[in-house]
Design a protein around this ligand. Structure first.
Ligand SMILES: Nc1nc2c(c(=O)[nH]1)N[C@@H](CNc1ccc(C(=O)N[C@@H](CCC(=O)N[C@@H](CCC(=O)N[C@@H](CCC(=O)O)C(=O)O)C(=O)O)C(=O)O)cc1)CN2
Ligand SMILES: [Zn+2]
Length: 765
């Protein structure tokens, strides 16, 4: 009988009750010391290692913990800290957080020293990493001992771990060259430092080291393949006893399979959830001394594993002489912690789910079944999946019919943009460079407390609603005071832009504590989309109408788009993503039309996740973009030409999707632009993008308040790319993560800057 081991790629680091988030935020506000933050973090690491040990994991990861982000940790480890963060030598926690969050001064300091690193999406997930800044002269040297310290820390607890780090080629791929040089040319300088890291880990006694190279899930040119080969040929000579495991995840190997299996390393991890088509060819080419880690339990979704299907996959590897490991498909960073606190979920639904702790249990179950002793587990699991398939809760006949009947309606066009905009300008009467915000306003402790009280049933609906009404009134008054042109209601009633709609729509369930890290200390609680989606009642009309009644300025209604709801939920796997998105689009469309009927002149349908949902493989991109854009169009189809449709996307890379952005045909699109210095407007300029654009004029991810001069310069630089009639002025994204004081100051400066640019134009005229 074959002996299987259990390998884990990474464990959620935020804590069962988001302890790390809370500790970080206390530390940043000065309420706890660095020593306290460090000791709380050490406690979490210990708990996580012990849980995995008790769950029978053989290869337990270390260095999967991070105070903020694993790529930022790599920047420190490799010593490529950008020059504006002056510190030399070991990178301290202050510099570390400064790179992540920018410097915390509320002045008009324009110096480079204050700007945080750019943040962008980790492959096709909702996790954000900090982008390493490289240029031709970047030098590397070990400037953090975290990976060694954490290995030692576990060892002191009696646990021998497998340190995890991002591999050199993926690291360079994730980086950005700031002088136009080819970032991969730095590999020569980078490899010796990796070699030194591996040697130091070997000296400490590490048996295995995991190097993550998810770049293998993407289309690679011959040069990149060569660099991967070269890297591992070199790195394998840097250790003698210690074994190297290279991990691919998030997709299949496809055309990279040959290169992957022939890497001169001791172990390979494959994602067999997304890369299932690799199975049959994989074992034909791999040599039998390598350990193979089979990523069979989905680390990106929350549904209970289907053991029968999984055993079929494993079966194909059984005849190999290789040591086999059972493993999650990727790090469990993307899974919530545990199902245990979810006592509000009904038992049936709960029986369909597995979070991180349960996923480790699934690996143990599978191992037991493979050893011939788990037949009862296998039968129970099979019965569960059989009965789930037929469960009525998953189907709504009316929704299926409506979806069929709606085919083609996404093409219902209003008049062409050039004509629509004339009508809209006539009724909206906005000044040149209209100012607005992206939707959410700060949510303070008291607001969250009131929502928590309401959810616990301690205050009733009337009490909660009257609190929300008060908050909306304050937000509207603030916008009036500042003098913004298009107002929003501020989203006070929304815990999150996706979770809120999930709670209102049919077909979703929601959890109490299924938090997943999004960036730094920020987490999201993706709703669980398990059945056919439909709208029970109007979801936003009441609050939008109320806000509109408080002002004479135009009020912009605020909806979350279908692709973003899909992308940021845990989604059923028994229906295509395209079909699920269509169902959501139809539900959102009902809301769009209700808002129009309620007299709301501008409706924003946010689609920040369209870009992130783009498949990693070129071949699959066009199909995705087609149905994604169709779904967006469907969610707005049916409104009058005079109703202005806005959308919002917070990404810096539009190059690949520009045609699709055009096809969305929103009257106005607001985008995140400030961290990347407006350079992304290049593609809008090149393509002569015809509709209106609001490039964010300041970064909302940092508490820093930009000065009037700074914003004026930003506005002027926008005008280098886009005709003034097309331009809107707004921040990069929503303001819900910020404090009220800094928001008021920043928006005030934004308004003053806009007015000064307008005045300058008048003088010129
Ligand atoms: N889903 C999603 N993905 C997104 C974004 C987004 O807005 N939503 N924005 C982009 C950036 N990512 C972001 C992700 C999270 C947050 C964010 O602010 N998250 C909040 C949680 C928001 C939330 O749901 N808050 C709950 C509060 C939950 C809570 O903490 N309750 C307390 C109790 C409160 C009390 O008694 O005081 C508790 O459970 O301990 C609410 O408002 O109701 C956080 O981590 O702090 C922001 C941006 C990309 N991806
Ligand atoms: Zn945004």
């Amino acid at each position: 009988m074959k002996d299987y081991k259990i390998n884990n790629l990474g464990f959620p680091r935020i804590g069962a009750d988001r302890e790390l988030k809370k500790a970080l935020e206390l530390f940043w506000s000065g309420s706890i010391t660095e020593i306290e933050l460090k000791s709380k973090s050490a406690l979490l690491r210990e708990q996580h290692w012990v849980i995995q040990q008790e769950a029978g994991v053989d290869l337990i990861p270390s260095n999967d913990f991070s105070y903020y982000d694993q790529v930022l940790d790599m920047i420190c480890l490799l010593g490529c800290v950008p020059e504006r963060f002056k510190e030399a030598g070991p990178v301290g926690l202050d510099t570390y957080f400064e790179m992540a969050r920018g410097q915390h001064c509320c002045g008009s300091d324009l110096s480079e020293g204050t700007r945080a690193l750019e943040m962008t999406k980790w492959f096709d997930s909702n996790y954000h990493y900090l982008v390493p800044e490289l240029n031709e002269t970047t030098e590397f040297s070990i400037r953090s001992t975290k990976i060694f310290d954490e290995y030692q820390e576990a060892l002191d607890l009696g646990i021998k771990t497998k340190p995890v780090l991002i591999g050199p080629v993926t690291f360079l791929f994730l980086s950005k060259s700031f002088d136009g040089s080819d970032r991969f040319s730095l590999l020569e300088k980078l490899l010796p430092v990796y070699g030194e890291i591996l040697q130091r880990l070997e000296q400490k006694g590490a048996e295995w080291i995991q190097l993550d190279e998810p770049i293998f899930s993407m289309d690679l040119d011959e040069n990149t393949k060569r660099l991967l080969k070269k890297s591992y040929e070199y790195l394998s000579t840097q250790v003698s006893q210690t074994k190297l495991l290279v991990a691919n995840y998030f997709g299949d190997l496809d055309s990279n399979l040959e290169e992957f299996v022939s890497l001169p390393v001791d172990g390979l991890h494959v994602d067999l959830v997304r890369g299932v088509k690799d199975v049959s060819t994989f074992f034909k080419s791999v040599d039998d001394t390598k350990l193979i880690s089979l990523g069979v339990v989905n680390g990106r979704n929350i549904w209970k594993n289907n053991y029968t299907d999984t055993l079929e996959i494993i079966d194909q590897f059984k005849h190999l002489k290789n040591q086999l490991c059972l493993s999650p498909s990727c790090s469990l960073l993307h899974s919530p912690y545990s199902l245990r606190p979810e006592d509000d979920l009904d038992e049936e639904l709960k029986s369909w789910l597995a979070f991180s702790e349960e996923k480790l249990q699934e690996l143990q179950d599978l191992k037991l079944i493979l050893s011939g002793k788990g037949n009862a587990l296998l039968i129970a699991n099979r019965e569960l999946h059989e009965s789930k398939k037929q469960n009525e809760r998953l189907f709504n006949k009316q929704v299926r019919i409506a979806s069929e009947e709606s085919r083609g309606e996404e093409f219902l066009t209003r008049s062409p943009f050039k004509e629509r905009i004339i009508q809209q300008n006539k009724s909206l009467k906005l000044p040149l460079l209209p100012t607005t915000t992206i939707g959410s306003f700060p949510q303070d402790k008291e607001l969250r407390r009131q929502r928590a009280l309401f959810k616990k049933g301690i205050i009733n609906h009337e009490q909660y609603d009257s609190f929300i009404a008060g908050q909306i009134a304050k937000d509207v008054a603030l916008q009036e005071k500042i003098g913004l042109d298009v107002l929003v209601h501020g989203e006070a009633e929304r815990n999150d832009m996706v979770e809120y709609f999930g709670e209102k729509l049919e077909g979703f369930a929601f959890s109490k504590k299924a938090w997943v890290q999004s960036y730094g200390s920020r987490c999201v609680k993706p709703p669980i989309l398990f059945g056919d989606v439909s709208r029970k009642v109007a979801m936003t009309v009441q609050w939008t109408q109320y806000a509109a009644s408080l002002t004479t300025k135009p009020m912009k209604g605020m909806l979350t788009g279908p692709v973003t709801i899909l992308q940021w939920s845990f989604v059923r796997e028994d229906l295509s993503r395209e079909e699920v998105t269509r169902q959501i689009a139809l539900a959102i469309r009902e809301e769009t039309i209700d808002l129009e009927h309620a007299g709301i002149p501008i409706i924003q349908i946010d689609e920040p996740a369209i870009r992130e949902g783009l498949p990693l493989r070129d071949q699959q991109k066009a199909l995705y973009l087609k149905w994604a854009v169709d779904a967006f169009r469907l969610s707005a189809a049916g409104v009058q030409s005079s109703t202005q449709i806005h959308t919002h996307m917070c990404y810096s890379d539009f190059n690949e999707i520009m045609d699709s952005v055009g096809r969305m045909d929103a009257d106005v699109i607001s985008i995140e632009a400030s961290r990347s210095d407006m350079e992304l407007l290049e593609v809008f300029k090149e393509q002569c993008y015809p509709n209106e654009i609001g490039p964010g004029v300041y970064d909302i991810h940092s508490p820093r308040v930009p000065s009037v001069e700074e914003i004026s310069l930003k506005i002027k630089s926008i005008l280098d790319y886009v005709a003034i009639e097309q331009v809107w002025i707004n921040p990069d994204c929503g303001l819900k993560t910020r404090g009220l004081v800094e928001v008021e100051a920043a928006l005030q400066n934004m308004q003053l800057a806009t007015e000064s640019v307008r005045a300058g134009l008048l003088q010129l005229a």
